[in-house]
Design a protein around this ligand. Structure first.
Ligand SMILES: NC(=O)C1=CN([C@@H]2O[C@H](COP(=O)(O)OP(=O)(O)OC[C@H]3O[C@@H](n4cnc5c(N)ncnc54)[C@H](O)[C@@H]3O)[C@@H](O)[C@H]2O)C=CC1
Ligand SMILES: O=C(O)CCC(=O)C(=O)O
Length: 428
């Protein structure tokens, strides 16, 4: 593997393999993505011109079931990034014991620069381009950065048009009216919250004595900040792509969410005290937020936020990775040396895909669950797998990330070996 995000992700696999007895065949199978599709998506723009966007869908491994993973719209999307995200999905689904493999998709685009109709044409064009690669039993899509239920609805509809039959199981995170599950919107953060509530008492901490900083204020970041706020934690800093705000006495998260929902940036809200009465806050950069002296740091934006460059300046005691891949493998080592506990993405943000699984199950049997049922099942799953991974980490004296990979690898190895060697004979 070259020097890339995927190569860095692969370091975690190497680290964990030392603690497993996986067969050589299984190890070899997990080192590369199973299939990567790159497509061009021509889109007629509102002014009549044609723009061509690059899109990707990667299935990393499907030994435990159909590929599963979100679709990201962001200007920095590359094939390498999508492959890494599909790698993480593989281990996340296995860690949570979901009957899925790992997949991910993305389009290199700044969605904020598109009109709603352009965005719809792009989303439908993406499905036209990848339709033969996906399916409810093959590879199932979902939301990720800068995609949402509205976009998932267009994608499901386009796929159904191509198939000439209603196909709700090909996409999760859909609008409720199109077969979406209650609780999927908040699921990533809700799952993280259940994991945090399981772990925090192990460190003899109480919410009211615990300060929290959250980087990223989208679906995952804003919701976890609000859940922690309501549970009594002192959320002192939050940020979006434009910058961060900090108040030692704590921030009123529901109020900030309200302003952010009106399409304003966090930094602006707090610079304009005529609009928002909260004062006594500082405006910080995203980099400064990461190095605040807090009890809990929650990166909930993008990859590679804590790297060799800033790892030694991190002062938080516990880091919960709500984003995928926010810490590089070298930064992990520095954090560990400094006694900082990292709770990994493949566990902490797994609530999203867990409720996606629930949505897929509901679509397949046509019976729909109440919000309480969804959240109770999510809680049970998150607490159970968090405790299992914690027990592995404690008994083998290894970091939680390595323990999560060991846990996932045991399940993946079993599935790969159960298929026998016939699968390696070029299909004969
Ligand atoms: N939405 C989901 O179901 C899941 C999301 N995740 C991960 O959570 C992370 C966030 O995703 P979502 O909340 O869904 O995306 P989103 O599109 O709802 O929000 C992204 C947020 O990150 C902020 N942001 C972008 N660049 C930033 C930067 N450089 N510094 C600080 N903030 C920045 C944006 O302003 C926005 O507030 C991603 O890593 C994603 O892969 C993980 C599991 C499931
Ligand atoms: O809900 C899903 O299927 C996947 C969500 C996702 O992309 C992720 O967990 O990173």
């Amino acid at each position: 593997m070259s020097n890339s995000l995927l190569a860095d992700a692969g370091q975690r696999l190497e680290q964990a393999l030392k603690y497993t007895s996986l067969s050589e065949d299984a190890i070899a199978s997990l080192k590369y993505p199973k299939a990567s599709l790159a497509v061009s998506i021509p889109v007629r723009m509102d002014d009549g011109s044609l723009s061509v966007f690059q899109g990707y869908r990667v299935r990393y491994d499907d030994s435990r079931g159909p590929g599963k993973g979100g679709v990201r719209y962001h200007p920095s999307v590359t094939l390498d990034e999508v492959q890494s995200l599909a790698f993480w999905m593989t281990f996340k689904c296995a860690a949570l014991n979901l009957p899925f493999g790992g997949a991910k998709g993305g389009i290199t685009v700044n969605p904020k620069a598109l009109s709603r109709l352009e965005l719809e044409r792009l989303s439908r064009g993406y499905i036209d381009a990848i339709a033969d690669f996906i399916g409810a039993d093959v590879d199932i899509l979902a939301p990720d950065v800068y995609t949402n239920s509205m976009i998932m609805g267009w994608m499901m509809d386009q796929y159904s048009i191509i198939q000439r039959r209603s196909s709700p199981g090909v996409v999760t995170g859909k609008p409720i009216a199109m077969g979406g599950s209650l609780g999927r919107e908040s699921a990533t953060a809700m799952g993280a919250f259940f994991a945090i509530e399981t772990i925090v008492p192990k460190f003899d901490r109480r919410p009211q004595d615990t300060t929290v900083a959250v980087q990223g204020f989208g679906n995952a970041g804003a919701t976890i900040a609000e859940l922690l706020f309501h549970a009594g934690y002192n959320v002192v800093a939050v940020s979006d792509s434009q910058g961060a705000i900090y108040a030692q006495s704590g921030l009123d998260i529901p109020k900030i969410r309200q302003f952010k929902n009106n399409a304003r940036s966090i930094k602006d809200i707090y610079c304009d005290d005529t609009v928002c009465s909260i004062t006594n806050h500082d405006v910080l950069s995203n980099e400064e937020l990461l190095t605040l002296d807090v009890d809990i740091l929650i990166p909930a934006a993008l990859e590679n936020q804590i790297t060799e460059a800033n790892a030694s300046q991190i002062k938080a005691r516990l880091i919960f990775e709500v984003a995928n891949g926010p810490i590089t493998s070298t930064a992990d080592q520095t954090l560990e040396q400094n006694g900082i506990y990292v709770f990994p993405d493949i566990l902490i943000n797994a609530g999203g895909v867990t409720v996606s699984y629930f949505e897929w199950v509901q679509n397949r049997n046509g019976m729909y669950w109440t919000l309480d049922e969804v959240n109770q099942r999510l809680r049970r799953k998150m607490v159970e797998e968090t405790e299992r991974i914690w027990a592995i980490a404690q008994s083998r004296f290894i970091p939680m990330r390595t323990a999560a990979y060991v846990h996932a690898l045991e399940r993946l190895g079993e599935a790969l070996d159960a298929k026998g060697t016939r699968r390696y004979y070029n299909g004969h």
